[in-house]
Write a protein of this length. Structure first.
Lengths: 232, 240
């Protein structure tokens, strides 16, 4: 409470702004939920309901109309069936393509391919419908027809490219640059780099020096910082 | 060549509307996203994640559902209009007046996109190394100064990505005008995609539609390239 009282007016203003924006962005959700729990007479006529009714949900679960009965369950299942393979393939293709487009050194004409991807991404979807249908006519009326054409996502590739661009390119050394031996010393499991100084109880210090985490050496020397208090 | 030539007649009128969409959607959603990202960023650690997800919810809702809801909300006998008419004596026919129809569509799109872009921006702001923030604080940089000299230059690459995405989205606006206004009144809210759809699928002028689609994609492509070049220049000058 004390902390709350100590806040500056600016902070209070920003808090209020956050709450306001949150209300604006969540209002339609609230509206939707309210409309689903009021009586059908009041749908779209009330914002703050006085009477609640589960008629809409009751209809969803208990309708006797043979065409509507639990149809939403089938629709949900279909969505899942399309969503899972499409997501998996789009993610892996996007990952590989994004890496290749940004990090591979001997991959020529990258820019042309990137421009083509960009062009494809912005080409209106509706104009592609007819040519796409003509090409994929064999898959009509099957699940494959819903899954295969949407598997490769240019958008995913684009996002991965932009992500990989923000990762630094510099690599200090790869395995062949280091001396023979295990890639990672067993005792350095939790280390990424091995150098440092360890103060010993006898007043001397162990000075560690290493090559990344695959080689390590140690010398024991007198405390190089006697003026600074010795053992910390 | 005929399909390409006949485009030029109504081209400039359409281009004006599309340009308006582009400017409004890109600038407003970017600024909105930035404001949300900064607000979310100053939330305490515990509710930070929840905050950014709550702002992301508008983007998860389907455009069709939101459009239908908005149509109800702004229809003549909706709660909003009844309230405005009876309590404040304001009578607006939202979808008859071109300006208000355009504004409603823009607000809907910006509402939807802001939270989405805020997610990228929040991640980018979180990614700024704490060392830099601390060093800036020690040197006495606060508030607006820190935002313009530390935060903004550091998130320039993310802003470039968002600009590209927002450009594509703003030129390709389709669902909202299709469901709310069908491009009207008097073509004031029409977009390229809508026009292409009407030409190709209701008037069956496929050649015209395809020609327009190619020019449309080319236009977005050029706009994106120009924006990227500007962002690259900015990045070289101010970025790190």
């Amino acid at each position: 409470m004390k902390k709350l009282l100590k806040r500056r007016p600016v902070d209070i203003f920003l808090d209020l702004l956050t709450v306001l924006l949150l209300t604006v962005s969540l209002f339609p959700l609230y509206y939707m939920i309210v409309q689903s729990v009021v009586d059908w007479k009041f749908v779209d006529k009330t914002v703050i309901p006085s009477h609640f009714s589960l008629a809409s949900y009751d209809y969803l679960f208990h309708t006797t109309n043979a065409n509507d009965a639990m149809m939403w369950l089938r629709a949900l299942g279909n969505s899942l069936l399309v969503c899972v393979p499409v997501t998996l393939v789009a993610l892996s293709v996007g990952l590989l393509a994004g890496y290749a487009m940004t990090k591979l050194k001997n991959f020529n004409r990258k820019q042309i391919i990137f421009n083509m991807l960009l062009f494809e991404m912005f080409f209106p979807v509706i104009m592609r419908l007819v040519p796409k249908y003509v090409i994929l006519k064999g898959m009509a009326n099957s699940y494959a027809g819903m899954i295969v054409p949407t598997m490769i996502s240019t958008w995913a590739i684009f996002m991965y490219i932009n992500f990989f661009k923000t990762l630094p390119d510099e690599i200090i050394g790869t395995r062949p640059c280091y001396p023979e031996g295990p890639t990672k010393l067993e005792k350095l499991k939790d280390c990424a780099f091995t150098s440092g100084i360890v103060f010993r109880p006898d007043g001397r210090v162990d000075l560690y020096s290493g090559l990344c985490d695959c080689e390590e050496g140690r010398i024991t020397i007198d405390n190089p910082f006697p003026a600074h208090g010795g053992v910390a | 060549m005929l399909p390409y030539l006949t485009i030029w007649q109504p081209y400039l009128d359409k281009e004006k509307i599309v340009g308006k969409y582009f400017l409004c959607v890109v600038s407003l959603s970017l600024v909105g996203g930035l404001i949300i990202a900064l607000l979310v960023n100053r939330l305490p650690m515990k509710i930070w994640g929840v905050g950014s997800v709550l702002f992301f919810i508008p983007c998860l809702t389907s455009g069709v559902a939101v459009s239908v809801m908005t149509k109800y909300l702004f229809s003549y006998n909706s709660i909003l209009n009844v309230f405005l008419r009876e309590k404040l004596d304001i009578n607006i026919n939202w979808f008859i007046d071109g300006k208000s129809a355009f504004a409603v569509i823009i607000i809907m799109i910006v509402w939807k996109l802001s939270g989405y872009y805020a997610l990228y921006l929040t991640a980018a702001i979180q990614g700024i190394s704490k060392d830099i923030q601390e060093a800036a604080t020690l040197d006495g940089s606060t508030g607006a100064h820190r935002f313009f000299h530390i935060t903004l230059p550091m998130i320039l690459p993310t802003i470039a990505t968002i600009l590209t995405l927002a450009t594509g989205t703003s030129f390709g606006v389709y669902t909202e005008p299709f469901l709310l206004t069908e491009g009207g009144p008097a073509n004031m809210t029409t977009t390229w995609t809508l026009e292409i759809y009407y030409r190709a699928f209701t008037r069956f002028e496929s050649g015209y539609g395809t020609a327009m689609a190619i020019l449309f994609a080319l236009q977005i492509f050029i706009t994106v390239k120009i924006l990227n070049a500007v962002m690259d220049k900015l990045h070289q000058r101010y970025g790190c």
